[in-house]
Design a protein around this ligand. Sequence first.
Ligand code: COA
Length: 387
Amino acid sequence: MSAIGIHDLAVATGHHVLELDDLAERLGVDPAKYHVGIGQDAFSVPAPDEDIVTMGAAAAKQVIDRHGSDGIRTVLFATESGIDQSKAAGVFVHGLLGLPQAVRVVELKQACYGGAAALQLALGIVARNPDERVLVIAADVARYDVDTAAEPTQGAGAVAVLVSADPDLIEIEPLSGLFTADVDDFWRPNDRSTALVDGRLSVSAYVDAFIGAWDDLASRGGPAYDTIDRFVHHQPFTKMALKAHRKLTQHVGVPFDETELQTGFTYNRQVGNTYTASLWIALAAVLDLDDDLDGTRVGMFSYGSGSVGELITGIVRPGYREYRRQGAVRADLEARVPLTVDAYRALHADGAATSQDVDRPRVTAAPFRFAGVLGGARHYEATTPAA
Ligand code: COA
């Protein structure tokens, strides 16, 4: 069978940014606690007319603009900040992008792991029908209560991944390592718009899942540690990945070099936690910013609290750099409009999904916006109407 994997990978984020220096000043916290202690510098905040649909559609538009929609018969939307308990967010994206009607669309949830689950389902679909391509979207708005320890680890962002045979970017290898354990480290009951988290427990649960997934992969004949050239991780905050990777190296019995992980932290330090999108934003950073990775093996660790972990490996395709949108993510990050702490908190207070009719002000500069709720239903529109 020919190679199957990631043909394209595009990133989108929110319109606004909150610098953690400003939050530190407001809370009387040493900024080094954020920059060094948890490894975060800022986080994206959605405008009032942005949400997972608009960010997901903005990421997917880049993919569709480049590759068209031919062969796409499946759209998988992974999120844990869903905006409806019934309708898949991907159906809105399908409409906004004008995708063909002969397409199945579904939403997937298992905390931050949903994006990796979607990737695996996509690989299976393409394996059965190599002429098909699957559009995977992972989008989230990470929201915790203000004035909690988790407040600086919020964020917002999306990725779109096109999965196909003969991919331009990464061939995904067939073996992966799996781990599931029932644990209450992070969850969001149906009557809450903000997550509940036991931060310390989430660190140990993440480490357990990483080592468990590693052991499963090794027991199935997976690659030796020293044949994996780069690792990227799910990053609720970048220090989490650092801590977990140090534990993995101790477990395997190899030296730990934290400098090797820094490139994969570059975007996430600025965007904050993006739940399902986080791992893939880290992968985008490595593909955009690392040295030439032609033919190298990348280990990708996905973790979703609750908890499920999976360690996936892939081989970077020769010539992949030609297909990256060099500078695009950095430009998006730099274009974000800074917020004061008061302005961010006002948006946060207004951030819960509602069924009350409401019009949303025009703020976003992204290609699609959340126009508001009418008759209890959410409405989206292109910001620049088609000519
Ligand atoms: N300079 C440098 N480092 C500092 C510091 C300073 N002035 N002050 C504190 N730190 C360090 C601490 O030593 C600690 O480092 P360590 O973990 O290596 O020991 C780190 O900063 C965090 O400080 P701590 O007081 O332990 O944490 P906290 O109570 O503020 O909470 C989190 C931090 C990350 C646990 C919290 O933000 C959280 O729960 N976030 C959500 C995590 C999540 O989403 N989990 C679920 C998904 S997996």
